[in-house]
Design a protein around this ligand. Structure first.
Ligand SMILES: Nc1nc(=O)c2c([nH]1)NC[C@@H]1CN(c3ccc(C(=O)N[C@@H](CCC(=O)O)C(=O)O)cc3)C=[N+]21
Length: 302
């Protein structure tokens, strides 16, 4: 506070230091533009347009909105989309059959199964029905293992997008203490693995963690992936911490109490406009990667 520029106002609230924003929107737009150029080049060279199949099970309105956003942005990037919507009562077998069909369809290059699926479905079994070559959302065991071993492959989109953002803002990762809050299979757990691969010292925390705030206070980098609105408070943060908010709670509210956090952090992602757009940008980039690889493979075998 002492170093912030004094203003004419004596009101403390207006003289708090503010963290710099890590804006995903701009970086994501650049990524999508590059993906669009590559998609167009592939189409001109081979006549093949990259195609992303989205699979939505049930009628959750928020999920439907996210899937629509992914399709709209695909279209803008010159990526075709195939939309599969299945009823809420779909069984694991039916969903696996649909994903297997898409995996075998030569016109489809990437497949996204929107999470979460209804409770009666074995989500892991469904994800595993996605062919690794088409797993542009990075949700299969194959993708996770490749990521964990530092091999090339499709990254889980939100964690991969987060790492791109940290790199773009030149956040030092090597030796930094990163605390990940949340351990879900396609968000918290892979986010920690990617940070580890960048030589961060990673602590995973979750719903059973004791003294969570004390652990978060030790973090140079905090990744909030819990799914609870405004869960991470400003008082939990070490001054100068880098805060990544991967929350997408109802009403576009993040997992971090932004107003509090921005007074303590040095860098913070806004919600909206932070991690979300990066997720979609990486999905599209990886869809073009998949289309290129599958098209090259097809040509090579002739
Ligand atoms: N298999 C699977 N892969 C996912 O990647 C996946 C998923 N399931 N299920 C749901 C979550 C959520 N998710 C978001 C993506 C973009 C925004 C996003 O771009 N949000 C905008 C705000 C929304 C708006 O503009 O309306 C923003 O943050 O700026 C949010 C959330 C991907 N997810």
């Amino acid at each position: 506070m002492t170093q912030s520029t004094p203003t004419q106002s004596a009101d403390n609230a207006t003289t708090q230091p503010q963290a710099r924003l890590m804006i995903g929107t701009e970086l994501a737009a650049e990524m999508v533009t590059k993906a669009a150029v590559r998609a167009e080049a592939l189409r001109e060279r081979t006549g093949v347009q990259p195609c992303l199949a989205t699979v939505l099970v049930g009628d959750d309105p928020a999920s439907a909105t996210y899937v629509r956003m992914k399709q709209n942005r695909s279209k803008k990037a010159g990526i075709g989309s195939r939309s599969v919507v299945l009823p809420a009562e779909t069984t694991t077998e039916e969903l696996v059959a649909e994903l297997t069909k898409l995996s075998e369809d030569p016109e489809v290059h990437g497949i996204l199964l929107q999470h979460p699926v209804p409770a009666q479905i074995d989500e892991r079994a469904a994800f595993e029905a996605i062919a690794p070559a088409k797993d542009v959302d990075g949700v299969t065991m194959h993708a996770f293992a490749a990521m964990a071993f530092g091999e090339p492959g499709f990254r889980s989109c939100t964690p991969g997008g987060i790492l791109r953002l940290l790199e773009a803002y030149e956040v030092p990762l090597s030796g930094a203490h990163a605390v990940v809050i949340g351990r879900s299979p396609i968000l918290g757990k892979p986010a920690g693995m990617l940070l580890l691969a960048s030589n961060a010292t990673v602590t995973y925390t979750h719903s059973r963690t004791k003294d969570l705030a004390d652990i978060v206070r030790q973090a140079d980098i905090v990744v909030a992936a819990v799914g609870k609105a405004n869960f991470v408070r400003g008082s939990w943060l070490k001054p100068g911490a880098v805060v990544v908010d991967a929350g997408y709670n109802e009403g576009n509210v993040g997992d971090v109490h932004f107003e509090e956090a921005t007074e303590v952090a040095s860098l913070i992602t806004p919600v909206p406009g932070g991690v979300g757009p990066m997720t979609i940008a990486l999905l599209l980039e990886q869809t073009v990667d998949a289309a290129e690889a599958q098209t090259a493979a097809g040509t090579a075998s002739v």
